[in-house]
Structures are given as C-alpha cells and as structure tokens.
Write a protein that binds this ligand. Sequence first.
Ligand code: SF4
Length: 504
Amino acid sequence: MAGARWARVTGRAAGWDFAFMPFPIRLPPTRTTRKHFQSKICAKIAKPHRVPVLEAGSNRCQLTPVLPFSLIDSFLLRAFRFRTRGFLRMEEAPGTMPPAPREGNGYLYIHVPFCEVLCPFCSFHRVQHHHGQAQRYFASLREEIRRYHAAGFRFTGVYVGGGTPTTEPGELVTTLNLVRELFGVKDISVETNPKDLRPEILEPLRAAGVTRLSVGVQSFDDRLLKDMSRYEKYGSSEVIQAHLRAAVGMFPTLNVDLIFNQPHQDIASLERDIAILHDLGVNQVSFYPLMTSPTAARRMAGVMGLPDHRRLRTFFTTILARLQPEFTPTSAWCFTRRGHGCDEYIVDADYYVGVGSGSFSFLDGTLYTTTFSLETYAQRIAAGLTGITTRHRLSRGDLMRYTLLMRMFGLRLDRAAIQRRYGASFFRRLWGELRTLEWLGAAKRDDRGWQLTERGMYWLMLMMSAFFESVNDYRDAMRAHIRDEKNESDTLCVPAISPAGIGK
Ligand code: SF4
C-alpha cells in the first residue's frame, strides 16, 4: 500500500509531468485495495492525465508506477555528481610528455583562447585578443605540435576550438597545414564566429582542408543577442543569417551552435530559431543548454539574468519535436541533416591530446590539463616542454563510468567494443547504472548493446552539462591565478547599458 500512497501524493501536484515506468507493480487483490485505487488513484491521476494507471481486474490489481520527472531529474543528477566526483581531482604532473598510445583512434585538440568580445555567459578559457600576443602563441602551438609528433603521437582528426580560432586566420591556416603535413589528418573541425564568415577567411580554410566549420551563433533572436553582448560585435540576426547563407556548401559540414534556456528566452523565440535553421540550409546544429560557472554566473546575474533549470525539459522536448525528422540526432545535443559526426570529439575518440593553454587531454585512462597562464605556456614551450602541468589517473571504476557517459551521450553503447576493452567486469561493475537506464526507459537493450531513447537523450543532456559545469568550475579555479593576463577586467565583459535597457 505504500505504492498507492506515494502515487496518490504525486497525483496531487497538478501540472507536473509524469514518467510512466515501463513495468507494473501487482498488488494484493483485496477488496480494500481495489476500492482504494479506484476511488483515489483513478480520480487523482488516471482521469486527469488520461492514462491507464490502474487495471483492476476481478482477481488482480495492477499499478503502473508514475514518478514526476523533476524528481527523477534531481535523483539522476545527484547520483551522477556523486559517482563522478573523482573525475577532476587533478594533481601536479611530474613529467611533461605522456607516453604515446600504441593503438586506437586519436584526436588532436588545439585551443586558441583569443576573442574580440568576451561574452558575459562564457566560461571557456578565453582572453581579450591582442595581435602580437596571438602571433607568439600560435608559434608556440606549432612547436608543441611538432613535439608530440616527434614523441610518436598520431591523430586521425583535429579540432580547433577556443576562444575564437579565426581571430588570426593566417596563423590558423599555417598551423592546420602543419598538422596535415605531420599527421595526414582527414577530419578538420574549426570553430568560428558569424563575423568571420567572410570569403577572405573561409576560402583559405577550405583550401587548408577544413571539413567542418562550427559557427557560434547562440541565438537568432536580436533581444537575446543583445543580452549576450553579441549583437554589436557579431551583428543582428539578419546579418548572421546572411553570413551563414553565403557559407552553405563551402564545407562538408556547416554546424551552428545554439544555446537554449537563456534567461529571457521563451518557447516562441526557440521555435523561431528552429524555423530559421530549417530555412538556412546548414546541415548540423548543436543545441546546448546554457551552462555556467560561479564566475560566469556572477557576471550574468547583473547583465542578462540566470537560467531557470526547471524550464530545461520544456525547451528540450520542443527542440526534439521541431528538429526531427529533418535533422537526426548524432548525440544527445547534436543534430545532423544528411551528414554524420557530432560536435564532441571526446565522444568518438579513444584518446585525445590538447595543445595550447587551458586544454584537456585524455590518454590511457589519465586526464591531463595544460597551464592556464599564457605566459607560463610560452615559457614551457621555449624550455622544450609541453603545456601539461596537471594530471589525474582515473580509477578503473571512474574510467568505466567515463566511458559509459561518453558512449551513451553518443547515443549507443556497443557491447562488443566494451567487452574488448574492459572485459565482462564492465557489465558487472556498472550493472546498477545500466539497469537504472533501462528501468527509466532511458536506454533500450538490443543484440548489439544499449541504444539511448528520446527520453534518455534529455537525461544524458543533463548529465553531460553537469560534467561540463564541473570542467567549468575547474577552469574558474585555474583562471583565478591569471587575473592580470586575461586583460578581461570584468567590466569589459559587461555592456555599458543597464539590464533594464537590454533589448529595448
Ligand atoms: S562565447 Fe564569446 S567569449 Fe566565449 S569563446 Fe565564444 S566569442 Fe569568446
């Protein structure tokens, strides 16, 4: 009868969204049970929500349990944070060059931290762009890349992120040419901003073999662009759309990054963004929830407000409904039209090496980070070292959980691949996690392994954001030591208008 009381309680909260569990609970078929269910539960849950909560036959009572989604979300997030709390316990790295992996698919990540405008919501490692400093930085990057090549590292793809990698287009192309020459990479992904979608920048990138251009648009709503201090620097929605239209077809994949759950965003604004996307002809979109860090949240509070996490589900279900079937998911937040691949190289790669200041590497079960100080980075490279200053070797359990997170975020956990890598112990150790995903209807088991469902995509999106927010916290802590170098001065991030004036 405890189940009955619990279901009755959830049913009282009119307007909540419920998750119907994929299994029924049978209850003793006493007269009291049937009467109680019919009078209380059917009246409070089944009828108002038009669902078959109860089947009361002549000889049995069967209850399909319901749980409010908000309760499941909060339980999953707490469990996730608890189980992954050890991921980023970084310690000083005594050596500098990790051993090169002998097998597997490796990716090179290049971090370019310079931006023309420092957006208030951004929690990446970025600094104000200065031409001379950026040129010296690119020279150090190339030196570091050569060092990894000499140490035996090999990569199949490269991802250039930031910051804004196209702040120095000439240096970027020289660096990409070097990477192609050394590693013969096929996949080359570069991030940029709408303002840099100009022929004089895009043509050399195409000639340098870029296969995927990812444009940080964040929104097509002028009011939200103003909130984010991007309207003045990167142009209005109309200007951005014109730039994107001109770039369509230049690269095999043209990706647009959009952010949902912004403080002043509503469903109508999100739907307009999606309608524009359909119209533009771009073939990939990465829809991220607005993620913050403590420092970014302080900046945002005074300028654009803070996101309300209770609205995430509504936004996400709208995105799924409006993007499909034209765009199909390739991860829990990346959707592709006539293409493949997703925005997160960390999902597909067996290992990755991050070069430049403030980048992460993952090699042989160990996470590494490079120094967040641009001055220290230049000194280390000049001294014949790499940028790596900290590392953390994941325990076997954490390594398995990390793999589970990445694979499920990429929509599928392949049983045979996991078996080869970890043996049967993976399934024994993560039995609870896998059963919970199945039990909640987040993943379905088939011959090949586990496939994420649409319901599961929402939860994986939540977990991946929680993971990235913990990375943001780490960045915050590291960047606290380089206040002078950032040239950031918090006032520089904030537009000279009052919050009340935004978007008016
Ligand atoms: S969001 Fe703004 S500050 Fe952050 S990397 Fe992009 S352009 Fe730079």
